[in-house]
Write a protein that binds this ligand. Structure first.
Ligand code: CA
Ligand code: CA
Length: 256
């Protein structure tokens, strides 16, 4: 393959986005929304509804075409795609990229899929095909497509486990410190929390490094106690008193 062709193939990238005119030909809509488009970025001569099924839209980084522009294409064509998911926080799961333009998380999928297969894959990951409402977002997605191949090796990375965290509770540090992408606490854990993620003490333990055990005389079916202080959460079992229920009512101590 000569260099020219190699460059052409390397730069010939198309990705499904959420735009389609499957419902009424010629009326393009974002996914199932009814609103008319407030922003469009069609390539020259597009949309041209070339075949009867040209009802789904790709964003292209094609050599020889207007960069970042859209084309209508056959919905059953197999191309890569971009999913977008909404977050309550400004943190994205690992493998997703935050768009400061939209406040949403974006991810490229390199498994070539029909438009519907792509949308289904997005939905299975709590997302939908990406939507573009302005130049900023169009540029963002275009930049995102430029990162393809950096880490995917032709495979979608399997890292959908949401190990990011919205806060760093349990982590030590002023205002709590953790890697919000991985959830790991950098400075160790507060009293009552343990592990790399500084999770609350398990199995009725409490205190520094979860090294102490809640009193056997804590009340309730779980006999649970506060992970930091050891105070019984549901009062004391019959015959015992005190925050930690170590004292017998008669004044005897049942320290454990
Ligand atoms: Ca059409
Ligand atoms: Ca077309």
């Amino acid at each position: 393959m000569n260099n020219f062709l190699a460059d052409f193939v390397a730069s010939n990238k198309s990705y499904w986005i959420g735009l389609n005119d499957r419902k009424v030909d010629g009326q393009f809509r974002w996914l199932d929304f009814e609103d008319e488009l407030s922003y469009e970025r069609w390539a020259q001569g597009e949309p041209n509804n070339k075949s009867r099924d040209d009802n789904c839209v790709q964003i292209n980084n094609n050599w020889g075409r207007k960069l970042k522009a859209w084309t209508d294409d056959n919905c059953f064509a197999k191309v890569k795609f971009i999913c977008e998911r909404y977050q309550e926080s400004t943190l994205c799961p690992v493998g997703w990229t935050l768009s400061y333009v939209s406040g949403t998380c974006l991810k490229l999928y390199v498994t070539e899929s029909s438009w519907q297969e792509a949308e289904t894959t997005c939905e299975n990951h709590g997302a939908s095909l990406a939507m573009i409402q302005n130049d900023g977002m169009n540029n963002f997605l275009s930049d995102l497509t430029a990162t393809e191949g950096n880490s995917t090796d032709g495979q979608d990375r399997e890292e959908e486990i949401l190990i990011y965290r919205k806060d760093c509770s349990g982590c030590l540090g002023n205002g709590h410190v953790c890697d919000t992408r991985t959830g790991l606490c950098h400075l160790g854990c507060e009293v009552g929390y343990h592990g790399a993620l500084c999770e609350a003490c398990p199995n009725n333990t409490f205190g520094a490094n979860c090294s102490r055990k809640c009193s056997d005389h804590c009340g309730g079916s779980t006999k649970a106690c506060n992970v930091t202080t050891g105070e019984c959460l549901y009062g004391c079992a019959d015959g015992f008193v005190g925050d930690m229920c170590f004292s017998g009512k008669g004044g005897c101590l049942f320290e454990v």
